[in-house]
Design a protein around this ligand. Sequence first.
Ligand code: HEC
Ligand code: HEC
Length: 355
Amino acid sequence: MLRTVIAPLLIACLAYLPAAHSEEQSDDQTAVHPDAQQSVEQSASASDLATWRLPPVTYPSSNPYNRAKEELGRKLFFDPRISENPARTCAACHHPGLGWADSMQRALGNQQGLGRHTPSLINAGYSKAFFWDGRATTLEDAVSQDLLSPGMAKDETPDSIVKRIASIAAYRQEFTTAFSSSGISFERITDALATFLRGIRSSSTPFDHWLLGDSAAIPESAKRGFALFTGKADCIACHTPPNFTDSSFHNTGINTVDPGHYEISGKDKDRNAFKTPGLSDAALTPPYMHNGSKATLAEVIDYYDRGGDTLDGGNELHPLHLNDREKADLLAFLLSLSGEAPETLIPALPLALTP
Ligand code: HEC
Ligand code: HEC
């Protein structure tokens, strides 16, 4: 679609490969409380459990963190003036009250192209692949593509966005503070938004408390569900620690005409293959899958149990033959991955006063 417009940006962004802050490369090996260990009868040892603890998010050296930049990104995220169509703020589709998604099967306003389900932005800062088809490899790249997508406003260009934002005097001051020099560019807008997004993390969930040693934090059924997840049901084959995703692409037998990652890689094995989504806070973000085809987590479990919807065409799944209790256990585990929807500060936006 707009790939021709964004190709130069893509190339620029690919050079960004995240170089982690050394102080943030913590190998957080906090010991797991012995109770937590005991209550999981199966193979999970203390070190297995520790692998599920999310480390602090890292910021690339090409776009380092500072507080002013994060707060500027927060404003841009909620500001209707980011788009020529004021109904299309980032938050219109990635709403904090809806798990940073929109609760709809497919994104509204995205009538062009394939029309996919809006993914949650929770823990996006940990991803290595973005969009359902993986057409972006850095968060900055993903943000710049979404800024120009037809879901925002038709015929938007980097210049038109910069011009609108730069016409607001208070923003000019905020960019100067955030970037330590004056000037508003498309790249700076993208960098500020990406910095804000890296701060959107899952809140502390019952599962997190269990990992930290509170054996009563999740019910026994959820512990059995974790054993299934990492054992018989083999969800862990793709939903790997610590963020429940391998940042890779799989054909899981969803009934779809969407080519998925094949469009990017051109490889046959990637036909109808989509990015494995993380599962933190999944209970907050129905419906599920790239096409929003599964309304509830229980439906997702039934779908995995039957080995997907289409059994041919490269589907990597196989039927699991779970009984009702095992399905309930798996569901209890998935629910333990969700915390309360976090309170999100919606900022006051700079007024466009003309002197
Ligand atoms: C019209 C609804 C809509 C709006 C507005 C919107 N997005 Fe999105 N966003 C989507 C959809 C749909 C996808 C997935 C598209 C795909 O996979 O092809 C997505 C994907 C993303 C992703 C990739 C997430 C991941 O884990 O793969 C990021 C990051 C993102 N959006 C950020 C933003 C930002 C920042 C803005 C504001 C500039 C924004 N979005 C505005 C609908 C929207
Ligand atoms: C072969 C890799 C693979 C395996 C095994 C796997 N998943 Fe997935 N999972 C994926 C992919 C890929 C998607 C996205 C598919 C799509 O959108 O079409 C997904 C989507 C999901 C979603 C929807 C998340 C969302 O935000 O839309 C949930 C929930 C989920 N999986 C849970 C599980 C559970 C539970 C198991 C084990 C029973 C499991 N997965 C096994 C790869 C896998």
